[in-house]
Design a protein around this ligand. Structure first.
Ligand code: PXG
Length: 440
């Protein structure tokens, strides 16, 4: 219950991606957080099964981050990075470059995942132009992809609800097919066996549009928002080969998969496939401050950062690109990831995670379970005529009993902080199992 009981106290905040009237009639508020737990506004502990929104990878309330941010704000609260600079942005970029997949060691800072996506798409276009391929203006995304909420991201994104209200979007965008195939792949742990050939859909678009019109293809290595879809075995390799063969840049959107979600620093490391650009955000600061970063191959950087020394090479950037406090949060976050070996934690827990999630295989309504790293998607059969209602009820039931999960359509998604303990993983499976037994 909201402490401020005045009528209308929740009205002013137009909440994002939320059923505002339903929420404000029965609000769920989180007042504090520590480690693996939130505390709800009415004082109940709530186990965080989602790392906030896939971002609090090192767990909540880390004093090291709070102290680093506080010290930075007292020393240098803000300074521009346009034709000026400040030390911590360079230091943090160098730290990020040192953990980047081979070759992706040029870092462009942004304020969010959506800005990272816009930035990567713009760099791809600028690069093609700088190498004399200015006719390559098409951008390719994938059905069911989520790349944030900017016009670039929703254009290459493939979730109809995020697109339909917003007009014609960017011109010249096309999409390859998604990889979800329940009939062939239900209950696959990790990457499913069937579907590598779906990468050939990029070849189809090359035949349709001409490679010389296509700048880049962007995919999430594991599609997250749409309900955790690991790539079929061999799919990402094949996509890499086709993109390379046709001079198309490959962008991995690692906003969710970056910073240890899969048991390696990045999905590129986990799957052994290196893209040309990589978008990140979320776990970069453990969610403590808004920030994103695009990792760019040195070749792309060098091709764009060319021409007369006095000319600005890329007319792009944000007031908060490399914000000092966000960089301080990021440096402290990387220290934690490294000292606590959190990038390998998802691998250490993978078997327990898989086992716990697959214990729900025979629970009511479950039609698929997918796990990869420390993420899982539990897909339910929709209640006839009421798509999404069943999963939403599971979400509310879990919250009331002290577990935070995410739902999208009729899929329950889990992505706990990497500090999760085995017992807490079992609690998550047990709570979801009980909720499934209760919903109609
Ligand atoms: N790319 C990907 C792959 C994402 O998952 C974004 C870009 C956009 O990031 P920002 O920071 O602009 O929100 C995202 C965001 C969910 C959920 O429940 C996922 C996201 C955001 C909110 C909810 O799956 N991902």
């Amino acid at each position: 219950m909201y402490a401020d009981a005045r009528a209308g106290a929740l009205d002013a905040f137009w909440m994002p991606f939320t059923a505002n009237r339903q929420f404000k009639a029965t609000p769920r508020l989180l007042a504090a957080a520590q480690g693996m737990f939130y505390t709800s506004n009415d004082g109940r502990p709530v186990l965080d099964g989602t790392s906030g929104l896939w971002c609090v990878n090192a767990g909540h309330g880390r004093p090291e981050i709070a102290e680093a941010v506080s010290a930075q704000l007292r020393t240098l609260d803000y300074a521009p990075n346009f034709q000026m600079g400040h030390p911590i942005a360079f230091q943090f970029a160098e730290r990020l470059a040192s953990i980047a997949p081979a070759g992706l060691d040029r870092i462009f800072f942004t304020g969010s995942g959506s800005e990272s996506v816009d930035t990567a798409l713009k760099i791809a276009l600028a690069y093609q132009r700088s190498i004399g391929q200015g006719g390559r203006t098409r951008l390719i995304g994938r059905e069911r992809g989520y790349h944030g909420a900017g016009f670039g991201g929703i254009s290459v994104g493939g979730l109809v609800a995020n697109r339909r209200a917003f007009g014609p979007l960017l011109p010249g965008v096309d999409h390859i097919r998604h990889t979800h195939d329940l009939a062939a792949n239900a209950f696959s742990a990790g990457s499913p066996t069937h579907g590598a050939a779906l990468a050939d859909d990029l070849e189809r678009l090359v035949q349709l549009h001409g490679a010389e019109t296509i700048a880049a293809v962007i995919v999430e290595p594991v599609a997250g928002s749409t309900g955790v879809l690991p790539p079929p075995k061999g799919y990402l390799d094949r996509l890499r080969q086709i993109a390379t063969r046709h001079g198309i840049l490959l962008i991995f959107d690692e906003v969710i998969t970056g910073f240890g979600r899969l048991g390696a620093p990045f999905a590129a490391d986990y799957f052994g496939v290196t893209p040309d650009l990589m978008t990140t955000a979320k776990g970069i600061t453990n969610g403590a401050l808004p920030m994103g970063a695009v990792f760019v191959s040195r070749d792309i950087h060098d091709a764009v950062v060319d021409g007369p020394d006095t000319a600005i090479e890329l007319f792009h950037g944000y007031t908060y690109s490399g914000h000092p406090a966000a960089c301080a949060a990021g440096m402290a976050t990387l220290d934690i990831y490294q000292h606590e070996d959190l990038f390998s934690r998802a691998t250490a827990l993978a078997e327990d995670w898989r086992e716990a999630m697959f214990s729900l295989r025979d629970a009511p309504h479950v039609i698929d379970i997918r796990t990869v790293g420390l993420a899982a998607g539990i897909e339910l059969s929709p209640r006839p005529g009421e798509p999404g209602a069943r999963a939403y009820e599971v979400f509310v039931d879990c919250f009331e009993r002290g577990l935070l999960v995410r739902v999208t359509a009729d899929i329950v998604a889990l992505s706990p902080p990497l500090i999760v303990e085995r017992g807490q993983i079992e609690m998550m499976a047990a709570s979801i199992g009980e909720a499934l037994a209760r919903v109609a």
